[in-house]
Design a protein around this ligand. Sequence first.
Ligand code: SP5
Ligand code: ZN
Length: 338
Amino acid sequence: MITVFSEHHRQHAARGEWHEGAFREPFEAPARADGVLEAVRQAGLGPLVAARRSGLGVVERVHSAAYLAFLEQIHADWAVVYPDEDAVPYAIRAGTQGPVPDGLFGRLGHYATDTVTPITAGTWSAACAAVDCALTAVAEVAEGASEAFALCRPPGHHASRERYGGYCYLNNAAIAAESWRQRGCERVAILDVDYHHGNGTQSIFYDRPDVLFVSLHADPRHAFPYFEGYAAEAGAGAGEGFTLNLPLPPGTTWEAYTPALERALDRIVAFGAEALVVSLGLDTYGGDPIADFRLTERDFGELGARLRRVAAPTVFVLEGGYAVEELGPNVVAVLRGG
Ligand code: SP5
Ligand code: ZN
């Protein structure tokens, strides 16, 4: 198993996060990716490959030009006024389609979906480096490796065509899937096993039949992102039937998880995926500080083993997982598979 990493992820380090009424250390922190790289290295999982710079070609197929320009520029504009703080909006656009407001807070609130996803001086560089990891992993597999792991940070699956949120700015998994399409794969499947629904990824491919989106996640009635991820969301237009949401209740254990996983894998096999992108969130772990599923390291091994039933070239893309000490071992368990 090849692991693709970048040192640039460390440029994205939020000062903190408002959580349950208090300002605290951010959950999505550089130590996450450093710990995963260390665990992969210690496990002797296979070659470590530094991400290659990829340019914005595929990224521009997934995100709008206006959104990319905003992400690249906003912190510089913000720092003129607030040099020592992370850029965070307070008023958030709902589903409306009005003009992009002028000014820092109008622009931030136009493109954001929440207030826990700060933009720092290094966010753009780190987000681009995460994309580089994903695209390098696709390139490695396209050139003959059977699978690869993209050690992406910041994560991506909550980022849609022109909105950021849930610690995500650029949708690494969607960009990986689009790269497979560009390389001539007719049918690409995305399996999202993060605890949270991958609402950004879903929205990007919602009306398309060429990229199947299948997600196992906490029921949004009880969990972030709250407003998307319901079972009734099944795609639209030509994409009808090419989104499959399998929400699970609070406290879900491996016993309750496996039937849903098998359904997800059945759908992907029936679809005839020529390539698989796994949005690999490990926040389904029992010890995760912001989630309430109860999977164990051993369960992650079993998850990894079952995934291999989709006999397609596979790229694993790191998403969430906030139990920093156990994140690396849990990732290794999935990648090893059993
Ligand atoms: C990529 C990813 O995993 N993003 C997750 C973003 C979740 N952000 C919201 C965190 C709020 C947690 N509050 C949990 C309360 C549980 N009692
Ligand atoms: Zn998550």
